[in-house]
Design a protein around this ligand. Structure first.
Ligand code: ATP
Ligand code: MG
Ligand code: MG
Ligand code: MG
Length: 476
C-alpha cells in the first residue's frame, strides 16, 4: 500500500467517524517552547490546555514532524527519521480510552479490501502504563487481545506530559511483531526493533504539578475533561505494509536512495556503512526540503542551525559515497516530485526552495575541503602526541571559520577514533557570544575602540551556537 493511500485511508476512517479533518500545520511551531513541530498534537495544544475552545470535539490530521534528537538513530535503527508524518486522531472531552482503543484496533485489523490496513491481529502487541488496569482490561476483555501480548511499561515510555504543569496521563502503545529475523522474542518490553512501535494512544486524564521534566512530578488530580491524543507513524506503517526492512526503503524515500546511487555509483546493499550513508542522505535531504518548504533558512541559530547541520550532514555523506560535485539539485528534484503530491506547496515554491538549498550547498562545498584538511591535521597531531581528545579550540575554529556544525566535527573525529572536547568548544562559543554582545553594546553607545571592534568582527562572524541537542522534547 502506497504512503498516499495509507494517508487517505486514515483520514477517511476518522472522518467517517465524526472527526474534522485538519490539514497539517507548518513545521515552524506557533509555540515559543518548541523549535519545530514534533508531534501531531502540537497544533491542538491550546485546546488540550483549555485555552481555546475548539469548534469540534473530534479531529484528525496527518502532521509533518521533525525530531532532531533522533538524528543519531537515522540509518542505524530501522525506524527513526528526522522528518516523518504523524497520523493522529484527537478527542476533546468526547470519547476516551475505550473509544480510542476500539478505533485503533478496528482500523489496523480491518481487511484491506474493506478499507482498513489488514494487519494480522496475532502480530500486534500492546503496552500499557504500570497501573493502568483500565486500559489493560479494555484490550483484553473488549478487544480480545490475549493477556500474554499485553505488557506494562514505566513512566519513561508510557506516561505522557508536556514537561510542565498541565494535562498528563498514561499511554498505551501498539507494536508490530516483525518476526524472528529481527531478533529475540518477548514483546516490545524486550526488543523494540522486532516489535516495532507504530501507534501511541495518550489518555489525558490527570493534571500534573511542577516537578522535574517528564518523570518526576506529582499528580494533582483528575482533569475536568478527558482528552485523547494519538499518533501513528505513517512511515512505520508503510514499512510494514510495503514489506520492507526499514522506513528508508518505503516508497517516498527509496526513490531518493536510488537517485543517490545513480549519482555515486554505490549500490544499496553494497555494505553496511554505505547503506547507512544512503539512508542518511535520503532522510536528511527530505527533511531539509520540508524545512525550507516551510520557510526555514540555513543559519547558525535555532531552526536555521537544525537545517544547516542536517543539510551539511547529507552532503558530507554523499562525499563519503564518492560524489565529487554538487548533488543537491538532483536529490531535491526527487523529493519535490514525491512529496509534492501530498504537499503541493513544494511544487509551487520550487524555485525558492532550490535557491536556498543550492546556496547552502555551494557555501559548504567551498569550505569542506579546507576544513577537512584542518581536521585531519589536528587529528594527526593529537594522535602523535598520544591524545585521544581533539581540543575544543580546533572544533571552534572548524565551526567558526569553516562552517562545520559541531556534530559534523564529532562524527568526523569519531571516524578516526578521537573524542572532542565539547566543553571547551562550548566555552569558546560562549565567550564569542559575550564578546559580540559587548561589542554590539559598545557600538550602540558609541564608546567603541575601533581597533578592538575590528578584531572581534573579523573573528566572530555571525555565529551563535544554541546547543547541540536543541530543546525539543517529544510531545506525543
Ligand atoms: P520510539 O520509541 O520508537 O522512538 P516514540 O515513543 O518516541 O517512538 P511517540 O512520541 O510515541 O514516538 O510518537 C508517536 C508515533 O510516531 C510513534 O509510535 C511512531 O510510530 C512515530 N515516530 C516517532 N518518532 C519517529 C521517528 N523519528 N521517525 C518515524 N516515526 C516516528
Ligand atoms: Mg522516540
Ligand atoms: Mg517509544
Ligand atoms: Mg511512543
Amino acid at each position: 500500500m502506497e504512503s498516499a493511500e495509507i494517508r487517505r485511508r486514515w483520514l477517511r476512517f476518522f472522518e467517517e467517524r465524526g472527526h474534522t479533518v485538519v490539514p497539517s500545520a507548518s513545521l515552524i511551531a506557533d509555540d515559543p517552547t518548541l523549535l519545530l513541530v514534533n508531534a501531531g498534537m502540537v497544533p491542538f495544544k491550546p485546546y488540550f490546555l483549555g485555552e481555546v475552545k475548539p469548534s469540534f470535539t473530534r479531529a484528525t490530521s496527518v502532521q509533518k514532524c521533525v525530531r532532531t534528537p533522533d538524528i543519531e538513530e537515522v540509518g542505524k535503527t530501522t525506524r527513526h527519521g528526522t522528518f516523518f508524518q504523524m497520523c493522529g486522531n484527537f478527542s476533546f472531552g468526547d470519547y476516551f480510552k475505550e473509544g480510542a482503543i476500539k478505533y485503533a484496533w478496528e482500523l489496523l485489523t480491518t481487511p484491506v479490501a474493506e478499507g482498513g490496513y489488514g494487519l494480522e491481529p496475532e502480530k500486534l502487541w500492546i503496552t500499557v502504563y504500570l497501573d493502568d488496569d483500565e486500559a489493560e482490561r479494555i484490550w483484553r476483555d473488549v478487544v480480545g487481545v490475549p493477556a500474554q501480548r499485553i505488557q506494562r511499561l514505566g513512566k519513561k515510555e508510557n506516561f505522557w506530559s508536556m514537561g510542565v504543569p498541565g494535562p498528563c496521563g498514561p499511554c498505551s502503545e501498539i507494536n508490530y511483531d516483525r518476526g524472528p529475523e529481527f531478533g529475540i522474542e518477548g514483546g516490545p518490553a524486550v526488543n523494540d526493533e522486532r516489535y516495532v512501535e507504530i501507534w501511541n494512544l495518550v489518555f489525558m486524564q490527570y493534571e500534573r504539578g511542577a516537578g522535574e521534566g517528564k518523570e518526576d512530578f506529582p499528580i494533582l488530580g483528575d482533569l475536568p475533561a478527558q482528552n485523547i491524543d494519538t499518533g501513528l507513524g505513517l512511515e512505520r506503517l508503510a514499512m510494514i505494509l510495503q514489506g520492507v526492512q526499514n522506513m528508508y526503503e518505503t516508497d517516498t524515500l527509496r526513490v531518493v536512495i536510488d537517485k543517490a546511487t545513480e549519482l555515486t555509483g554505490v549500490r544499496y546493499g553494497h555494505s553496511k556503512d554505505t547503506d547507512v550513508s544512503l539512508r542518511v542522505v535520503a532522510d536528511h535531504l527530505r527533511t531539509s526540503t520540508m524545512l525550507i518548504g516551510d520557510g526555514v533558512t540555513p543559519g547558525n541559530e535555532g531552526r536555521g542551525y537544525v537545517l544547516r547541520r542536517i543539510m551539511r550532514r547529507a552532503i558530507r555523506n554523499m562525499r563519503m559515497l564518492g560524489a565529487t560535485g554538487p548533488v543537491v539539485a538532483e536529490l531535491l528534484d526527487v523529493v519535490i516530485r514525491t512529496m509534492g503530491q501530498q504537499y503541493p506547496e513544494l511544487i509551487t515554491d520550487r524555485s525558492r526552495i532550490e535557491t536556498v538549498a543550492l546556496a547552502e550547498e555551494a557555501a559548504f562545498l567551498k569550505t569542506l575541503k579546507a576544513g577537512t584538511n584542518i581536521l585531519d591535521t589536528a587529528v594527526t597531531e593529537t594522535k602523535a602526541a598520544g591524545g585521544t581528545v581533539l581540543a575544543g579550540d580546533k572544533a571552534f575554529l572548524l565551526h567558526d571559520t569553516w562552517g562545520f556544525p559541531i556534530d559534523l566535527t564529532l562524527e568526523m573525529a569519531a571516524e578516526q577514533g578521537l573524542k572532542v572536547d565539547e566543553d571547551g568548544f562550548r566555552r569558546l562559543m560562549k565567550e564569542q557570544r559575550e564578546r559580540a554582545k559587548a561589542d554590539a553594546k559598545a557600538k550602540k553607545t558609541g564608546h567603541a575602540d575601533l581597533s578592538a571592534y575590528r578584531e572581534v568582527a573579523d573573528t566572530a562572524g555571525a555565529t551563535d551556537f544554541t546547543g547541540y541537542t536543541l530543546t525539543e522534547g517529544e510531545s506525543t
